[in-house]
Write a protein that binds this ligand. Structure first.
Ligand SMILES: *Cc1c(COP(=O)(O)O)cnc(C)c1O
Length: 423
């Protein structure tokens, strides 16, 4: 590979050589104040709208209009089985078997539903392990679960802290915590990719160490799915959950997904909250009194799913399939590598995201000297959409499906200018 160069021509040349460059035109890009496409680096918060999303949703609106209830069976994509289409595609992205994945609800709801089954504290083993800087919703969820079971979160939650002066967690420290507290930990629930630092944890090692200590191991893949390579089944992870409006571009509040290892799907000793959509498909409409679970992750489904949300998700997952996830990862590493290289040349900016491509996805979290908020608002003013996290971090995520090398170049140029102009 060529050496990176800090010029617009070089960035444009990379775009010309990029086999995935045409996918950018298949998304609606927000415009900046000059009517030009903004540099959109916020796909880690809300993915852009695929141009096909409206079509996919319109098909379902049309079938509903024409068929009413009969659409469950006679729609072009019968609603009764619609969720199976996206379950299979989602399973590909997390390395699960198709019957280990179900698409339903929203993320925090699913975390709670999964903890009903996978957080079963006893007096000797009631703790939950989570990152200290986990996404707040996850921290609220685990604390409320501990309380729900009659435990004090102050005693039941163990937080993984980075060493003083370090932003990332060291795998050896995570594993050591599991070794030393494992016999008290009921459930490990860590983010796959940490939302704040962008660190991709070693899920395989955490799972193995957790199982060794007798813990149940699950991951929140909100920032991981569609962003990094994951092998939940092969790594023997117990459960996982994610949302789909970040890297999967399903739209604001889009439908979420879960993974339940097939080892657990027929375990009748596991408590679970049930609803009719988790009931055996053959007899569901006989409306029997007794619940008979589907023998797969679908047993965790409660309700019939929102088809319009499934449709917008499918628009994006069809593109993932077409682009090929391996090719997306290749591009992602080049894009983020280029961003990292350019940013290193800007004085007063430091990435707190791991430097090794194996330990991160596309996001870099940049710590800026001086008045970071001022730098951030100048960036926004120049047509860059990214986000600010207190106290001093700008998160930027060049997404391989729709961002270009020229976006990365433009971002670095604007960041440098903003740093110089900021007070
Ligand atoms: C984005 C995100 C959430 C958001 O939760 P919702 O239930 O979708 O609102 C939760 N946890 C993590 C780790 C996230 O990144």
């Amino acid at each position: 590979m060529m050496e990176y160069q800090n010029t617009r021509d070089y960035a444009r040349m990379c775009d010309q050589e990029d086999p995935l460059s045409s996918f950018r035109n298949r998304f609606h890009l927000p415009l900046d104040a000059n009517g030009q496409p903004a540099v959109y680096f916020a796909g880690n918060s809300l993915g852009l709208q695929p141009k096909t999303a409206a079509e996919y949703v319109l098909i379902e609106l049309e079938d509903w209009r024409k068929l009413g209830v009969e659409g469950h069976v006679h729609a072009r994509h019968p609603w009764m089985r619609y969720h199976e289409l996206v379950a299979g595609q989602s399973a590909e992205l997390v390395g699960g078997l198709p019957h280990e994945v179900v698409v339903m609800n929203s993320l925090t709801v699913n975390l709670h539903l999964l903890m009903v089954s996978f957080y079963r504290p006893t007096n000797s083993r009631h703790k939950i392990l989570i990152e200290a800087d986990a996404f707040p919703s996850d921290k609220y969820a685990v604390a409320s679960q501990a309380r729900f079971h009659g435990y004090d979160p102050a005693e039941s939650i163990i937080e993984l802290q980075a060493r003083p002066g370090e932003a990332s967690l060291r795998t050896e420290d995570i594993l050591e915590t599991i070794r030393s507290h494992g016999n008290e930990i009921a459930t490990i629930l860590v983010g796959g990719v940490n939302y704040y630092t962008g660190q991709y944890f070693d899920l395989q090692a955490i799972t193995a160490e957790g199982h060794n200590a007798g813990c149940v191991v699950g991951f929140d893949l909100a920032h991981a799915i569609g962003n990094v390579e994951i092998q939940l089944h092969d790594w023997d992870v117990d459960f996982a959950a994610w949302c789909s409006y970040k890297y999967l571009n399903s739209g604001p509040g889009g439908i979420a997904g879960v993974f339940v290892n097939e080892r657990h799907s027929n375990d009748s000793s596991l408590p679970r909250f049930n609803g009719w959509w988790g009931h055996d498909k053959e007899t569901r409409f006989a409306m029997p009194d007794t619940f008979k679970p589907v023998g797969t992750a679908e047993a965790w489904q409660l309700s019939n799913p929102p088809i319009l949300q499934l449709a917008s998700l499918r628009a994006s997952l069809d593109m993932f399939e077409e682009a090929g996830f391996g090719r997306l990862i290749d591009k992602s590493r080049k894009l983020t590598g280029y961003l990292e290289w350019l940013v290193k040349q800007i004085e007063g900016v430091e990435s707190i995201t791991p430097g090794s491509p194996a330990d991160r996805g596309c996001q870099l979290s940049l710590r800026v000297d001086g008045d970071g908020r001022d730098v951030f608002s100048r960036l926004t003013g120049s047509g860059v959409i990214c986000d600010w996290r207190e106290p001093d971090v700008i998160r930027v995520a060049p997404v391989p499906l729709y961002n270009s090398f020229e976006d990365v170049y433009r971002f670095a140029t604007e960041l440098k200018r903003s740093m110089m102009e900021a007070v």
